[in-house]
Write a protein that binds this ligand. Structure first.
Ligand code: TTP
Length: 217
């Protein structure tokens, strides 16, 4: 293998709640090309005994700031993890926490202005160097209706109150962030879109092809 081929890449798989990120990551885990970094959901449902995700859904105005502070911190720890395989694949990133969730909570008046500004400062500090840099985003683009059906089927206890309205606004935030690509002031990584309404096999094939193309260019 030439030294050019030894370059390592970091990919983030992004998409609405229920778009199928975890199942795509489980599939990519079978490839020797990829080291998989799953979402730190355990640190959200059991943070030293506190289910911060459930607290957030029960009372968003009280707990959104706490939840998002912890989300930024736990996702940054994953950005800092080294990978042995040529491609490190993350489920979500500090960037979707900022540009989809935090933005959405602010626009819907759940986060107060001062909370939004503090989270913004925190994000700017965490992204001031290369630690949280991505080489590629794979966007699993699914309709809010498909996402809702999948969320209902998996039946995570914290998520029973999620409705089509919430998924539609989060979908909009993903679209604004990734299409057209407005990535704050930092240089943008390329965004590749996978139609995540398709059946699993088609989604796996499309995602695999994107990973293979990345390392062969
Ligand atoms: P997702 O990160 O969308 O993970 P998922 O397991 O739902 O993804 P998929 O179905 O595609 O495999 O969300 C996990 C939970 O965390 C979800 O209830 C939304 C919540 N969340 C926030 O509220 N704010 C955040 O900043 C992040 C990153 C997640």
């Amino acid at each position: 293998m030439s030294s050019a081929n030894k370059k390592k890449f970091t990919i983030s798989v992004e998409g609405n709640i229920g778009s199928g990120k975890s199942t795509v990551l489980s599939h990519l885990a079978k490839s020797s090309l990829c080291d998989i970094i799953p979402e730190p959901i355990e640190s959200w449902t059991n943070h030293k005994g506190h289910n911060v995700l459930a607290m957030f859904y029960d009372d968003p105005h009280r707990w959104a700031f706490v939840f998002e502070t912890n989300a930024l911190m736990s996702l940054t720890k994953l950005h800092m993890q080294d990978a042995k395989a040529p491609v490190k694949v993350m489920e979500r990133s500090i960037h979707s926490a900022r540009y989809c969730f935090i933005e959405n909570l602010y626009q819907s008046n759940v986060l107060k202005d001062v909370e939004f500004q503090i989270l913004g400062d925190y994000f700017d500090m965490l992204t001031a160097n290369e630690t949280c840099k991505l080489d590629l985003i794979i966007y699993l683009r699914a309709t809010p209706k498909t996402c809702l059906e999948r969320i209902r089927a998996r039946n995570r206890p914290e998520e029973t109150n999620i409705d089509l309205n919430y998924l539609t606004t989060l979908h909009r935030r993903h679209e604004e962030w990734l299409i057209p690509h407005a990535y704050g002031d930092t240089p943008s990584p390329p965004v590749l879109i996978v139609d995540a309404n398709q059946n699993k096999e088609r989604v796996y094939t499309d995602t695999n092809n994107h990973v293979i193309n990345l390392i062969s260019c």
